[in-house]
Design a protein around this ligand. Structure first.
Ligand SMILES: [Zn+2]
Length: 220
């Protein structure tokens, strides 16, 4: 899943309005940010088989440390604890934990049954929506739209960055999503990993746009 995770990050603003959107997006995307690192280190494995699903050619062979349910709970609790240790607000810490958990739940909608429950790679979850491209786009698009509207209803612009930056951010995400859907097949796992890491730039983009907005009812 791609754009749906950004929808989850945007939606979290409703529950932690004083937390930077960049931080909330980082939580919602956390598993996909550390996954490329584990791929590059050779700890986890992904291969490319065109047609593996109708949406993505990626075959997630081994990724229990970033994408098992057990690891997800570990990362969620870790982010919660680290946030509290750094004197973050309770609701910020809670939003970070919820963001990490949301990632696994949303991935479970689209992935084939390849998401491990535990580290042992014995049982898996996944509803396989990626075999239905239009349903995938509809579900992800809906999650993104709901997240964006929650975000816009929770914040108001204080300058031009806040007014237009968030729409530029949303527009870039939609364009990237559309290009992905056009069915490009990456040459190898290393390229997949670096493209995955580049998502950090999108998170920074969202955090930057958010700096031009403050919590408050729209138009007030
Ligand atoms: Zn993921």
């Amino acid at each position: 899943m791609f754009i749906g995770h950004y929808g989850a990050g945007l939606a979290l603003k409703r529950f932690a309005p004083n937390t930077s959107l960049g931080t909330l997006l980082l939580a919602a995307l956390w598993l996909d940010i550390i996954w490329p690192v584990f791929i590059l280190l050779g700890i986890e494995r992904v291969t490319i088989t065109p047609g593996a699903t109708r949406v993505t050619p990626l075959v997630f062979e081994y990724y229990p440390f970033t994408h098992s349910l057990l690891a997800t709970v570990f990362w969620a609790v870790s982010l919660f604890v680290i946030c509290r240790l750094l004197k973050g607000r309770f609701y910020t810490a809670l939003a970070l934990g919820a963001g990490v958990l949301s990632h696994w739940l949303l991935d479970a909608i689209v992935h084939k049954p390849d998401l491990p429950i535990g580290i042992s790679n014995a049982s898996f979850a996944g509803m396989g929506l990626w075999n239905h491209p239009w349903a995938t786009a509809l579900v992800e698009g809906l999650i993104f739209a709901v997240g964006l509207s929650l975000y816009l209803g929770t914040t108001r612009p204080i300058n031009a960055i806040g007014r237009y930056g968030i729409w530029a951010f949303a527009g870039v995400l939609v364009i990237i999503y559309a290009v992905q859907f056009a069915g490009s097949v990456p040459p190898n796992a290393t390229v997949v990993a670096y493209v995955g890491l580049a998502q950090a730039l999108l998170i920074i983009f969202g955090g930057w746009a958010d700096r031009g907005r403050r919590p408050g009812i729209r138009g007030s």
